[in-house]
Design a protein around this ligand. Structure first.
Ligand SMILES: Cc1ncc(COP(=O)(O)O)c(C=O)c1O
Length: 296
């Protein structure tokens, strides 16, 4: 549990953090969030997370209210106040209290909350074994602008995750309304074919993950091709490796997928593949370079 949280300009003990019962985040799911990782007391790719949140705030008509707020400072101050080095941070912004049904009024004051909690990653054995996933019966919407933003209206992900957990699986994979692979409930998905990566395009109804972007950068540096293409569920059998990405898990090998018909598809040899492991190493090195302060 975080001890000190940032709420609307102040650092306060968690027990004193109170939000209005009439906040439109609570009433209508009218809000956004970012989940980030800090290493060595520094937030990895904070700028990318803030950019995504700011872009999304524009889509939701919340940009004006956030304009004067230094969200980056709020995040770093929260981390420092809790004296945390390795942490998970959650930045939440919501529309705040508005007297009427959500409208276009620009003069609302958003609610801004930052919480940081100590984080230790899953043990190496979990990464060595890899995750299992199941095809969800829920669908992402490729034509909805809401698919591309990380909003507090998060029920699709929550329900898909519950579905996977009930089936004894680690993650759920969602198709879009056209029946194409989109992403995990809280992660993006990559496959490996030959020496290149294959991943669904943003237009398939996915969240453009910060980690997804980092993996694509790393792949280019390592001369690993990246193909953003539509993937049919049937096409998954051709892949030799798969992995999931998000800011907290980083790169998690995906070793099997339970299909809608109940049959389990083993990916490649059923264990983390060579290219996945190369990218995991490169990700770890990049995090060290950018957060340890040893290289500039
Ligand atoms: C639906 C969904 N897709 C993808 C991701 C991965 O995003 P990121 O790499 O920015 O953490 C998340 C993160 O929680 C998510 O909720």
């Amino acid at each position: 549990m975080p001890e000190i949280v940032y709420l609307n300009g102040s650092l306060v003990p968690r027990s004193q953090a109170r939000v209005s019962a009439f906040d439109h985040g609570f009433l209508y799911g009218y809000g956004l969030f970012e989940t980030m990782r800090a290493y060595h007391g520094r937030i990895f790719r904070l700028d990318r997370h803030l950019q995504r949140l700011t872009d999304s705030a524009g889509i939701l008509g919340m940009a004006a209210g956030l304009a004067g707020i230094d969200l980056g400072r709020a995040c770093t101050d929260t981390l420092a106040a809790n004296k945390l080095a390795d942490a998970r941070l959650r930045l939440t912004v919501s529309r705040g209290e508005v007297p009427s049904f959500p409208g276009v009024s620009n003069d609302t004051i958003p609610t801004v909350l930052v919480a940081a909690t100590p984080y230790s990653p899953p043990p190496p054995a979990v990464y060595a074994q890899g995750y299992t996933a199941g095809m969800s019966r829920l669908r992402r919407q490729s034509r909805s602008v809401l698919s591309e933003i990380k909003s507090t209206s998060y029920l699709l992900s929550v329900l898909a995750k519950i579905e996977a957990e009930r089936a004894g699986l680690d993650e759920a994979l969602l198709l879009n309304e056209r029946g194409l692979i989109a992403e995990g409930s809280t992660s993006n998905v990559f496959f490996v074919r030959g020496s290149g990566l294959v991943t669904p395009p943003v237009a398939s109804g996915i969240l453009p993950g910060v980690t997804r972007g980092v993996v694509m950068e790393l792949a280019r540096d390592l001369a690993i091709g990246v193909h953003e293409v539509d993937i049919k569920p049937d096409g998954m059998k051709q892949f030799e490796e798969a992995f999931l990405t998000n800011s907290v898990l980083e790169i998690m090998p995906l070793v099997s997928i339970r299909k809608a018909d109940g049959e389990t598809l083993t990916i490649g040899a059923g264990q983390p593949g060579k290219i996945t492991r190369r990218l995991m190493d490169a990700y770890g090195e990049l995090v060290e370079r950018e957060t340890s302060g040893k290289n500039g």
